[in-house]
Design a protein around this ligand. Structure first.
Ligand code: BGC
Length: 388
């Protein structure tokens, strides 16, 4: 090799290695010897399946409602075609199976819930949407995980048998947002048993699992999964919470102030109603929201970009794909702010190669206006417009 070629080779190698080394070291470093074995194959069935679950929508407030209750959502068969046309590639379907389970020891599921779930699953698959069905709002499990494990496993046994012949774009998610007593540490062995149960009849089904504390990304470090190569880890993120949940009556007194725009700071300082008696930490957040520049503002991408980057680092270390199964903003926020927020989160996900799934299709955090039969203003561009 002549000197000129040698210099070119050295320069090329230097260029490649400078690109391979990120300026900021975001590699995941376990604090303790890792309890979970990293998987080295990054082209495993889980990674291949993750490519089907990139841009999704939650069919919220529908099949998770207990029998006899209507949470305001009805779904027509044609809406699955609309989801596909909009650009979604998957639908996450929360299901309240436990509301339809008979007594111990069999916990037999009623045909009624299978009929309703089948309607969703078959229509979605017909439209080439991948589908994820889960167990949603299983509150007894959050109160008493050990006492509910048998029911949890029996539900999954029946669901797995029912869907065993369905094609692979149907995936199972073991439990939505474990919290309270259902810590990540307590759920680890329960998940392992549920995965083993499902594998009896569905050896190739993709299974999603969520860490504790409501699917919190900060809990990933505590997750210990069996060495199954078709498991995807799903996390949820509603940060900045005072923006996304403003006016949400179920989310407590801290989110009472409405009129918070995204991203901060607002053009005019936001002055909350003094009668709300807000807690000092909320007032402090509002002060920062009013005064800090965009790149330091707590009501901006800062609230989630670092978390998503760390989730990606965890994923790379352990060889487990990560998916953002829920994010969204309640319709009490103004439409432009909602669109800005959905756009910012999906861009942050895409920058980290993380598939996303918005909350929700046509309920309180909706994308779709079922009366006008079109997306709410700004929402399509927010999710499917060109990445800036
Ligand atoms: C719950 C919904 C709620 C949403 C945002 C979901 O996990 O199932 O009921 O609207 O989170 O709070």
């Amino acid at each position: 090799m002549n000197d000129f070629r040698k210099i070119r080779l050295i320069l090329a190698l230097a260029f490649v290695s400078s690109r391979a080394q990120p300026a900021e070291d975001v590699r995941f470093k376990p604090a303790n010897p890792p309890a979970m074995q990293p998987l080295t194959n990054h082209d495993s069935p889980a990674y291949r399946s993750a490519r089907l679950f990139l841009h999704g929508v939650n069919l919220g407030n529908y099949l998770e409602a207990p029998p006899g209750q209507n949470w305001g959502v009805t779904v027509a068969a044609g809406e699955f075609a609309a989801m596909r046309r909009e650009g979604f590639d998957h639908v996450r379907v929360p299901v309240g199976w436990h509301h339809y389970a008979g007594p111990a020891p069999d916990f037999k599921l009623s045909p009624a819930i299978f009929a309703r779930a089948d309607f969703v699953v078959t229509n979605a698959l017909d439209q080439h949407l991948a589908v994820m069905i889960n167990i949603h709002h299983f509150d007894e499990l959050d109160r008493d995980p050990a006492g509910t494990t048998e029911e949890f496993l029996k539900i999954w046994r029946q669901v797995a048998v029912h869907y065993q012949a369905f094609p692979n774009p149907l995936a199972f998610e073991l439990d939505n947002e474990p919290h309270n007593q259902a810590t990540t540490a307590l759920m680890n062995p329960i998940y392992a048993r549920a995965i083993a149960e499902i594998r009896q009849t569905n050896p190739r089904r993709t299974i999603f699992v969520e860490p504790g504390h409501w699917g919190n990304m900060d809990e990933l470090k505590n997750l210990v999964l069996p060495p199954d190569d078709n498991v995807i880890v799903s996390v949820h993120c509603y940060e900045p919470f005072y923006f996304t949940h403003q006016g949400a009556t179920w989310a407590g007194p801290d989110v009472k102030p409405t009129g918070i725009v995204f991203p901060g700071p607002p053009a005019q300082p936001f002055v909350p109603d003094a009668r709300l008696n807000l807690k000092p930490w909320v007032l402090d957040w509002i002060k920062k929201y009013n005064t800090l520049p965009a790149d330091e503002n707590p009501n901006g991408p800062l609230a989630f970009t670092g978390k998503l980057k760390s989730a990606r680092a965890w994923s790379d270390y352990y060889g487990r794909p990560v998916h953002l199964g829920e994010f969204g903003a309640y319709t009490k926020a103004d439409p432009a702010s909602r669109a800005n927020y959905y756009s910012a989160v999906r861009r942050a996900c895409e920058n980290n190669s993380i598939g996303w799934c918005i909350w929700d299709w046509s309920a309180g955090f909706r994308y779709w206006d079922p009366v006008a039969n079109r997306a709410l203003p700004g929402m399509h561009a927010a999710l499917f417009g060109k990445t800036k």
